[in-house]
Write a protein that binds this ligand. Structure first.
Ligand SMILES: NC(=O)c1ccc[n+]([C@@H]2O[C@H](COP(=O)([O-])OP(=O)(O)OC[C@H]3O[C@@H](n4cnc5c(N)ncnc54)[C@H](OP(=O)(O)O)[C@@H]3O)[C@@H](O)[C@H]2O)c1
Length: 258
């Protein structure tokens, strides 16, 4: 799918991968719809200067069902061509140490909001026989590390959801793109260190959000159905998928309970 002139809705557009993706779409002359918890004049200006055909901000807190419902309602007359379900939260640490409130909130943002927005935007795409739904999962969906239990569960849910609807949407004109995202140098990446490092030595390979946005761009233009990492992380992902006992030997070497 082309990006030029398309209406692109991005959640989590305030920073990190979402902001870099929005900027890439602006440079490609898209109509941008930025979902932000709080409107931000600087971002609007930055996207306009980068070349966006138009910039619309949709204020929404995705951590409650009401927040997502309200957003879906307000979006009902917007002809979204590309939906980038990107907003996310990180939880981590030994499961008994993770606050239950944080887990509920994370599952709401990472899983429920993503499903709810897809559910809300898809009927319009089907009517227009055109659309792409991009879901930001993670290598954690397949590479199961200690300390990542709840976050990994959320990203595995995103991968499964995307795979199922990919098949449902065959020949409708609406396609999906699953991002099996590796380490990207964002605020969330820095939080991993804080949450895990007491018990688990994390791999620290990471690429820039801008470079990752360009990779997503290529995947959109070539209509790929998924995007997996290359390099060392790519090798690790293959071992986790196809040689699990080997993967677990390396994981055990990096983990200590106390
Ligand atoms: N960075 C990595 O290494 C990595 C690896 C694998 C997957 N991912 C996934 O990539 C996606 C983007 O992450 P990132 O690395 O760019 O992280 P980030 O820099 O921490 O950005 C997270 C984004 O999500 C938004 N968000 C969080 N809670 C929200 C809520 N309740 N309502 C609305 N928006 C909310 C944030 O908005 P505010 O500014 O308002 O907080 C922010 O824009 C996430 O789904 C993450 O799981 C990241």
């Amino acid at each position: 799918m082309e990006i030029v002139n398309r209406h692109v809705l991005v959640t989590g557009a305030s920073r990190g991968i979402g902001k870099a993706f929005a900027k890439m779409c602006a440079e490609d002359k898209a109509h941008l719809h930025l979902v932000l918890r709080k409107s931000d004049g600087d971002i609007i200006k930055e996207m306009e200067n980068a070349g966006a055909k138009s910039v619309t901000v949709w204020e929404a807190d995705l951590s409650t069902r009401g927040g997502v419902e309200d957003l879906v309602q307000r979006l009902k007359d917007t002809p979204v061509d590309i939906l980038f379900n990107n907003a996310g939260m990180l939880t981590g640490g030994l499961i008994e140490d993770q606050p239950m409130d944080d887990i509920y909130k994370m599952l709401q943002v990472n899983v429920n909001a993503l499903i709810h927005l897809t559910h809300g935007v898809l009927p319009g795409m089907l009517q227009r026989k055109r659309g792409k739904i991009i879901n930001n999962s993670s290598v954690s969906a397949f590479m199961h590390f200690p300390c990542a239990s709840t976050y990994a569960a959320s990203k595995a849910a995103v991968a499964a959801f995307t795979d199922c609807i990919r098949m449902e949407l065959k020949d409708t004109g609406v396609t999906t793109l699953l991002l099996v995202t590796p380490g990207i140098k964002t605020r969330m990446f820095d939080e991993i260190e804080t949450l895990y490092s007491k018990n688990f030595q994390i791999p620290n390979e990471a690429i820039s959000p801008a470079k990752y946005a360009q990779m997503i761009r290529d995947a959109i233009l070539h209509d790929l159905v998924d995007m997996e990492p290359s390099g060392l992380t790519g090798v690790g992902l293959k071992i986790a998928k196809f040689a699990k006992p080997l993967f677990e030997i390396e994981v055990a070497r990096r983990f200590k309970r106390s």
